[in-house]
Design a protein around this ligand. Sequence first.
Ligand code: PBG
Length: 332
Amino acid sequence: MKPTIAAFPATRLRRLRKSPAIRAMVSQNSLSPADFIWPVFVRDGEGVVEPIASMPGVNRLSVDKVVEAAREAHALGIPAICLFPYTDPALKTEDCAEAWNPENLSNRATRAIKDAVPDIAVMTDVALDPYNINGHDGFVENGEIVNDRTVEALVKQTLSQAAAGADIIGPSDMMDGRIGAMRAALEAEGHSNVLILSYAAKYASAFYGPFRDAVGASGALKGDKKTYQMDPANSDEALRLIERDLSEGADMVMVKPGMPYLDICRRAKDAFGAPTFAYQVSGEYAMIAGAGERGWVDGEKVMLESLMAFKRAGCDGVLTYFAPAASRLLNG
Ligand code: PBG
């Protein structure tokens, strides 16, 4: 039922904004460190903190430094950390075998974090691009990104991540049928408690540019990802993808990128009521952090406002590179 609003002056909506106390009483959404998943970039070595030029304030970290980051995240109240490996170019091949190597960077980082900070949830990325000589998320045969053979490889990658101790598997590849195949394999191999957060509605976006620098995929990538990632013009298709992934056994779903796609977040939450996340991606981060660094906007305020927008749009949480900085501010 729609509440009736009395005519002015009986209704003065500014009364509800008159003081911090009243504003706090009627505030509809809130933001806390528990809303964040923190994506971090892992690289080889020890004691390494390597800045990423296109993402001011974000570094590639060696495994020992990732463990420190996880400790810090846990102390701040951030519930989950998400790992993206920067793979040595010498390990990139056509068959992407490094993706399911039990000793690969992502698996080593997962084990180290679960050893040192068992209470933080570790999310891992399922897709072939960090290991693929041509930078694509799937196998390429005669110029085509092939689906079914890729799904078989993604299942192997999933199982190796689950065996390393990943709590949440994050398939970011956009192949068809992968969620069902991964869910069945996890069940069969004794990993029935491993969650799947599906990158269900992932768009072919120019906002991923800095990320591809961060994981070293920019140089490798030939062509674009438009035959598997979504057309930014579409929204009904996003709902079909989300419904499909939920029906195949995804526990949670994601919309990606975030801020340019808040309409999709709202529609997804309203349609399915599933745990819904947005990924505030590298290009969104770079724009806010870059403009903040130059003093063109108040970086901290814009950061918090951008994160609140996800909550307002119906998201249960956000993957954001701002997770530690925002949490420090929110914790006072
Ligand atoms: C690829 C992947 C991408 C991101 C996460 N996983 C980039 C892409 O699809 O090319 C982007 C994240 C970001 O931009 O922050 N599997």
